[in-house]
Design a protein around this ligand. Sequence first.
Ligand SMILES: NC(=O)c1ccc[n+]([C@@H]2O[C@H](COP(=O)([O-])OP(=O)(O)OC[C@H]3O[C@@H](n4cnc5c(N)ncnc54)[C@H](O)[C@@H]3O)[C@@H](O)[C@H]2O)c1
Ligand SMILES: [Zn+2]
Ligand SMILES: [Zn+2]
Length: 407
Amino acid sequence: MKASLMKAVVFHAIGDIRVEDVPEPAVEDQKDAIVRLTASAICGTDLHFVRGTFSGMKKGQILGHEGVGVVESVGSEVRHLKVGQRVIIPSTVGCGTCQFCTKGYFAQCDNANPMGKLAGTAFFGGPEAAGGLKGLQAEKARVPWADVNLVPIPDAITDDLAILMSDILPTGWFGADMAEIEKDDHVLVFGCGPVGQMAIASAILMGGRVIAVDRLPDRLAMAERQGAQVINMDEVDVLETVLKLTDGDGARRVIDAVGVDAQHAQHGHDEPSLLGKAKDKVEQYLIEPAARKFGSHFVAGDNPSQVLDWAVECVAKAGTISIIGVYPPTDRVFPIGKAMNKNVTMRMGNANHRRYYDVLIDHVTSGRLDPQKILTETEPMTGAIEAYKAFDERQPGWMKVELEPSA
Ligand SMILES: NC(=O)c1ccc[n+]([C@@H]2O[C@H](COP(=O)([O-])OP(=O)(O)OC[C@H]3O[C@@H](n4cnc5c(N)ncnc54)[C@H](O)[C@@H]3O)[C@@H](O)[C@H]2O)c1
Ligand SMILES: [Zn+2]
Ligand SMILES: [Zn+2]
């Protein structure tokens, strides 16, 4: 029998993605479920793949790792889910029973990545090395170990709320959790994109005093509305300003919510010199020669280690740096000398989404966290490519983009 077709966002090459008809997924293992997606979303991580700064995407891969939907069918070994149940699909996949999953390190599962237990985090819509699981910017998806990797949600959590809990809220929370925040700590958050905004909200709830850095006025304004002090990296010297705001100490906790597509400051002592620009180009080339350097869309950030440099400069002595911005395995640049000599604690990684749902569902239903305030756009799947371009360009107001899979 011929498989039915569905719409999905498909990766063709760096800078080339398309909405196409592809075969619908089917149960392959008896622990699988098939989910009909009712909401999907575009993430900064997708941009790294389309810009080419995180390589290894195969032509034909369906993009996307954020999804909410309804269970459509289940394999015979799925115990806790019912057809028709509404669920969040956490971005990273775990088996639930290995030595890492049982300790809460779902992103380091021994079994979820078909490339082997040393292959790294398995997640939807990523490169082959991440397991090659088909993505969630589609009408339907196959979810392995469905009892573990689908989170049933109460009706009170609408799709518009739930889609922000598939990746960015757990990731922001994970970033703040790793930062070891104590009451009244200065928490410096780099990046005010969707992930940065969720890290800011989480850090404030944990008692931190947040200072947020970006260059985009609309994103800085949203950070300010959340209660952060803000620094526009193109208008003032970042290190100088952080020192001013922290009595000369630096921030005890720093969160990198930018990653490999970081951009150079255009002001102060970090303004790029000719030599600096050359260094950035070499660094970019060593990380990923194929990444897009020119053009109007999907162009790589021009200084991959800018945030890492600032994080180490701006962190207080004996402070903590938490990295949730994504860097590809090919990236080897980090200011280790300065960090070592400040007795810095470093924590980082792909979020262990599954670990945080009990606490996050409680915070969201009680209103202590309101991720929905950063959802600015809802677009039909048929308009996904234009939506990708607007999000990539960071058009004013385009903060978080939800996709409607069946529209
Ligand atoms: N660790 C995880 O599990 C995980 C999960 C989801 C997303 N992420 C990563 O989080 C990062 C952010 O995601 P997003 O969706 O918010 O992306 P985004 O691209 O929308 O946001 C990035 C923001 O960083 C800002 N920026 C660029 N250079 C900067 C600099 N030098 N200093 C300060 N800000 C700078 C940009 O202006 C932008 O607002 C990405 O790297 C993404 O891959 C990680
Ligand atoms: Zn994401
Ligand atoms: Zn596991």
